[in-house]
Design a protein around this ligand. Structure first.
Ligand code: TGC
Ligand code: FAD
Length: 390
């Protein structure tokens, strides 16, 4: 296997603690051994690599920043970011699995759940014994989740849940879903819906050209009787799901640096070896322009996320700051994937190299967790105080 050399042009490594570097090394090693050798085949077959779930649990990839009491490791936010970076160097689908499980399922159960809900679900989600999903998006409401139509009605001893969620990562394989629906007063509430309950189905979404090793599907609720103890008791309104998104978007801002690093490193090594017109293509100015711009953008993204991590550790990172990092870094990674693919010429379209796969994956990453343009509007609203969404 080609040896990966992580770019670190501004010696950002010096900003990390020994513990950060140790965690990064252990995830990098696992990704090298367990993910990279076979992930292209899973993508080619449009298949989810089930066997990686428990391994990722053993590695501590699920809920790493939650307290040990609930199966986490009590790590800081920079450690979480570095874990996401290393996983996405392998494949955005593996990072998606870990993002959803950690930030969109375990985090809301920890933050909004009762102690009984925490003890019932978190330890099993941490080990990978259970897989979770997060249902916010609906067929008619993506960027505007506030318009959701899924509903719960209070039936005395249970809630009756109706509606459907679309484009849900892990839906076809989940044991439990965190579902957001409106109550009788039109207020958004969060509930835990377990597989096996009558009226709950999870059809798979096939024919994706992106995130093909990630399992995507729908959550369909047809008069589902959800026990009352499954509701998050105190969180009300869109703030609930959006708080979870802030955590997941933060992880994505780090994650995509991993994909960008892998593309850059692949392109650099290829350019040094590949000869045309009797010299390495790395010697041509146009190739150097591409490589120099890639490294500049990776370096800027590394510094952005490191600072965001410090602010997040101090509970000072704002949702708008997280939006800026998600938007900037995903576009940066997608641009680098596209440029890297060009450097590899025809070889760039094959599964022998990771670039085309990263590129296709990043087309989803730039859309989910808030599209590129929605994040621009969040920044615009933060700057001006004027909301340009509607
Ligand atoms: P708006 O009025 O702005 O906000 C409603 C309430 O929420 C608060 N809030 C936030 N709180 C925490 N974190 C954030 N990021 C927050 N953003 C807003 C806000 O303060 C307000 O609180 P309160 O107390 O005043 O009620 O809501 P809006 O309806 O105008 O919508 C604004 C908008 C467009 C920014 C928002 O809805 C949005 O972000 N849309 C994008 C939707 C999205 O990101 N969906 C993601 C679905 S999950 C997913 O894609 C998972 S993929 C995972 C994977 O596979 O890795
Ligand atoms: P739309 O909201 O219809 O947007 C279409 C276009 O219109 C976009 O370019 C958008 O930027 C633009 N647009 C929309 N509103 C405005 C506006 N006000 N001003 C300017 N432009 C605007 N969701 C979940 O809940 N859970 C998951 O686990 C999950 N996983 C996903 C996995 C994958 C692989 C994908 C692709 C999506 C996933 N999603 C998930 C859904 C994702 O969050 C949505 O696709 C995303 O929020 C965008 O919604 P939409 O696709 O309906 O696009």
């Amino acid at each position: 296997m080609r040896k990966f050399i992580a770019p670190d042009y501004y010696l950002v490594d010096e900003l990390f603690t020994d513990e950060h570097k140790l965690i990064r090394a252990s995830v990098r090693d696992w990704v090298n051994r367990a993910v990279i050798p076979e992930i292209d085949d899973y993508n080619q077959r449009h298949e989810f690599p089930f066997h990686l779930v428990k391994e990722l649990g053993e590695l501590g990839g699920f809920g790493p920043y939650l307290p040990e009491k609930y199966g986490g490791a009590g790590l800081d936010q920079i450690s979480y970011g570095l874990i996401m970076q290393e996983l996405e160097r392998g494949d955005s689908g593996i990072r998606s699995l870990a993002s959803v499980q950690s930030s969109l399922v375990m985090y809301p159960i920890y933050k909004f759940g009762t102690e009984a809900q925490r003890m019932k679900y978190l330890p099993k989600l941490a080990t990978g014994e259970m897989i979770g999903a997060f249902g916010l998006t609906e067929p008619d409401h993506g960027s505007d989740p506030g318009g959701m139509q899924s509903s719960i009605t209070d039936e005395g001893d249970h809630y009756l849940l109706n509606g459907s969620k679309m484009w849900i990562t892990n839906a076809p394989i989940c044991h439990v879903a965190v579902v957001w629906a409106k109550d009788g007063e039109g207020i958004v509430r969060g509930l835990l819906v377990e597989r096996g309950i009558e009226g709950f189905t999870t059809p798979e979404t096939r024919k994706k050209w992106s995130l093909r090793s990630s399992s995507t599907g729908e959550l369909v609720f047809d008069n589902v009787k959800v026990p009352k103890e499954n509701i998050f008791p105190d969180i009300k309104g869109l703030k609930g799901p959006l708080t979870c998104l802030s955590s997941a978007r933060y992880g994505i801002a780090w994650g995509v640096i991993g994909a960008a690093m892998d593309c850059y490193d692949t392109a650099l090594q290829y350019a040094l070896e590949r000869k045309q017109f009797n010299k390495p293509i790395a010697a041509f100015q146009l190739t150097q322009k591409k490589l120099a711009e890639m490294l500049t953008e990776i370096t800027k993204a590394q510094l952005l996320t490191w600072r965001l991590g410090v602010l997040k550790n101090e509970n000072r990172a704002t949702p708008a700051q997280i939006s800026m990092a998600k938007r900037n870094n995903v576009k940066m990674a997608l641009d680098i994937a596209r440029e890297s693919r060009q450097i590899l010429g025809a070889m760039g379209i094959t599964g022998d190299f990771p670039i085309m796969r990263h590129m296709m994956n990043l087309e989803s990453v730039i859309t989910y967790e808030g599209t590129h343009d929605i994040h621009l509007l969040i920044t615009g609203a933060d700057i001006t105080g004027e909301n340009a969404f509607a």
